[in-house]
Write a protein that binds this ligand. Structure first.
Ligand SMILES: O=P(O)(O)OC[C@@]1(O)O[C@H](CO)[C@@H](O)[C@@H]1O
Length: 389
């Protein structure tokens, strides 16, 4: 970390991307969830209250009987209660919004709605889409290519799968139609490959379900099958989060989708199923995966686990923000400097959907700014692969 850390991103600047997420994306998510289920009057009242709170209210603490109240206290709930959603760190207020949304629909309460994922209809629609069929069918064309070409294609599949983020598309309806920029803004794929030595465990910190999780699983299947890693641990979320973030149920849905597909996709699916049953692939839902905090503040058990792995690979925009810290870094700050605190080797695959960025070279930054002003940061058309050994 530099002597003077860069400013932490807040949501209180009208016209900024974080402000639009709090003021527009969150209310849109509440409305979509409300329409997707026949919730009763109690949930409708709670959703109305959440909408009002998002618009002009302040952060309220979790109820006294919330199962995770103590945890949220250690994560800053008392410090931020009573303050505007817009004035606290944006990472914190976004994360807390999803926790409150689950409260409103009774996700944690004993009763009929307990454990019902309010985002499941959107996730399933994506898994059943024609695009998913096409992406899986395309795997058959890869099988007779050399192994390193297959690995590179699957790595890029996993990277660009990160465009499939339902929360993002909800507030930016044109996002999917915009073409992805051809080159990467930073490309450490050679370093990343060199870190996959065949020994030890890969920890893949997953992001979205559906069309991102499927290529993540395919990448893991390939790395296991070709001895590039001995084992893999897939870190998913313990509860629904940021609309499409993957939970255990989503992993099962994705695996079932794969095993039901003919050809190479089905073969990968069956190999993954076997790897889960014999312990080479495990799924982990650590509470910190839904924490409103940067990884710098990860608890000791997670630090030891990630530090003991051969490589931690973080997927997506939010994990990137948490990895380097949700701050306005100078874009040319070295990725290795911003992640120096992280235990062990680390890599990130991310499409750019928020202001945070490190590790660009000065020419690349100048080219992006000349072409797009600052839109390249948030438009979801650019991507990066960064790694530190
Ligand atoms: O982590 P992901 O799925 O790649 O992206 C998450 C995201 O859509 O949500 C946040 C804003 O709400 C940003 O980090 C980003 O735009």
């Amino acid at each position: 970390m530099p002597d003077t850390p860069p400013p932490v991103i807040l949501g209180n600047e009208p016209g900024s991307f974080p402000h639009s997420v709090l003021a527009e994306r969150h209310p849109a998510i509440v409305r979509q969830v409300r329409e997707a289920f026949p919730y009763g009057p109690e949930q409708h009242r709670a959703l109305d209250a959440l909408l009002a709170s998002c618009a002009e209210g302040v952060i309220e603490p979790l109820s006294a009987d919330a199962p995770d109240r103590a945890r949220w206290k250690t994560w800053g709930m008392d410090q931020y209660s009573g303050r505007s959603w817009f004035d606290v760190p944006w990472l914190w207020s976004e994360s807390y919004f999803y926790r409150r949304l689950l409260d409103a629909v009774g996700y944690f309460d004993p009763g009929p709605w307990q454990g019902i994922d309010p985002f499941r209809p959107f996730k399933l629609a994506e898994l059943d889409s024609r695009e998913t069929d096409e992406e899986l069918a395309a795997l058959d064309d890869l099988t007779d290519r050399p192994e390193d070409e297959q690995a590179a294609a699957l790595l890029h599949g996993s990277l660009w799968g990160n465009r499939a983020d339902l929360g993002f598309r909800l507030s930016d309806a044109d996002a999917e139609g915009r073409a992805a920029a051809p080159g990467l803004v930073a490309d450490d794929s050679d370093t990343l490959r060199s870190l996959l030595t065949g020994e030890g465990t890969l920890c893949l910190i997953a992001d979205n379900a559906g069309r991102e999780l499927i290529p993540d699983l395919l990448l893991i299947a390939h790395l296991l099958a070709h001895g590039r890693v001995e084992r893999a641990v897939l870190h998913i979320k313990p509860y629904p989060y940021y609309v499409s973030d993957a939970t255990t149920a989503d992993v099962v849905d994705a695996l079932r989708r794969l095993t039901a597909t003919p050809g190479q996709a089905g073969a990968y699916g069956r190999a993954l199923w076997t790897a889960m049953t014999d312990g080479r692939l495990t799924v982990r839902a650590h509470p910190f995966s839904c924490a409103p905090l940067p990884y710098r503040r990860m608890p000791d058990d997670l630090r030891a686990e990630l530090g003991g792995s051969a490589l931690t690979l973080l997927k997506g925009d939010l994990n990137y923000r948490r990895l380097v810290g949700d701050m306005m870094w100078s874009p040319t700050t070295p990725f290795a400097l911003a992640t120096a605190y992280f235990p062990g080797r680390v890599a990130a695959l991310r499409t750019l959907k928020s202001d945070v960025i490190t590790g660009l070279d000065a020419d690349m930054e100048a080219t992006l700014v000349a072409a797009e002003g600052q839109r390249w940061r948030t438009g979801g058309t650019h991507a990066l692969i960064q790694a530190r050994g």
